[in-house]
Design a protein around this ligand. Structure first.
Ligand SMILES: Nc1ncnc2c1ncn2[C@@H]1O[C@H](COP(=O)(O)OP(=O)(O)O)[C@@H](O)[C@H]1O
Ligand SMILES: [Mg+2]
Length: 225
């Protein structure tokens, strides 16, 4: 068995909008991800998929439960350490690409290396290599608005790979792409998994995307289903 890279147990999260408006988004979810996994999280809209991804990615904290990433207990990490851990251990790919609009493709990717503590010359070279590998060698100095959706998502993939993270979390990575571009993006992710043993956890409600994954994790009403 491959080593465990993410182990979450009993994750709970409640959003308190007001005294009377309380949403229990996660009610004790368990997730295990092993090195080399290519897993899908599926479940109806509102079942807590994005909430869970934010918690696994150290963007938000659970109210209860434990989280270990790469063998490190993330449960009580101070915010500063969580920031550095997030940069080094987690790659994110979002539905809306989430690139910084004022920065070029290259600058967006380089920034992730800065957050991860890479030296300046190293991060620039690494970012160029990744963008070339993703077929964006001639688009490095373009701003996100000057790129197609598929190209923006490839920039986001390069950004996610920058610090060689333990896991790449992708929340509806093809949600804003047409079906042909969606399959191109999925092929890139599958190749990274197959050829470079990158570990992926992918939220989707596209069955074609889920079927391209090796394991399926089902959520329903904030619980494992
Ligand atoms: N920031 C937030 N504030 C309040 N409620 C939220 C917030 N984010 C999500 N929710 C609620 O939590 C539940 C789970 O949402 P989410 O994790 O986004 O589900 P999914 O990604 O599966 O569609 C939903 O009922 C949603 O309305
Ligand atoms: Mg969601």
């Amino acid at each position: 068995m491959n080593k465990i890279v993410v182990e979450a147990k009993g994750i709970e999260k409640t959003y308190k909008m007001s005294k009377t408006n309380i949403v229990k988004a996660l009610c004790g979810v368990n997730i295990e991800v092993r090195e080399g996994d290519f897993s899908a999280i599926i479940g109806p809209s509102g079942c807590g998929k994005s909430t869970l991804m934010h918690i696994l990615g150290l963007l938000d904290r659970p109210d209860a439960g434990t989280l270990e990433i790469d063998g490190i207990d993330m449960t009580k990490l101070p915010e500063k350490k969580a920031f550095r851990m997030r940069a080094k251990k987690i790659g994110f790919i979002f539905q809306g690409f989430n690139l910084i609009p004022t920065l070029t493709a290259l600058e967006n990717v380089v920034l992730a290396g800065r957050y991860g503590g890479m030296k300046k010359s190293v991060r620039i070279n690494q970012a160029k290599e990744l963008l070339k590998m993703l077929g964006l060698g001639d688009r490095m100095n373009h701003k996100p608005s000057e790129l197609s959706g598929g190209q923006q998502q490839r920039v986001a993939i390069a950004r996610a790979l920058m610090n060689d993270p333990a896991i790449i979390l992708a929340d509806e990575p093809t949600g804003e792409l047409d079906s042909k571009t969606s399959m191109e993006i999925m092929d890139i992710l599958k190749k990274l998994n197959r050829n470079e043993n990158k570990t992926f956890l992918i939220v989707t409600h596209n069955m074609e995307v889920a079927q391209a994954c090796k394991k399926i994790i089902k959520l329903r009403d904030g619980k494992n289903a």
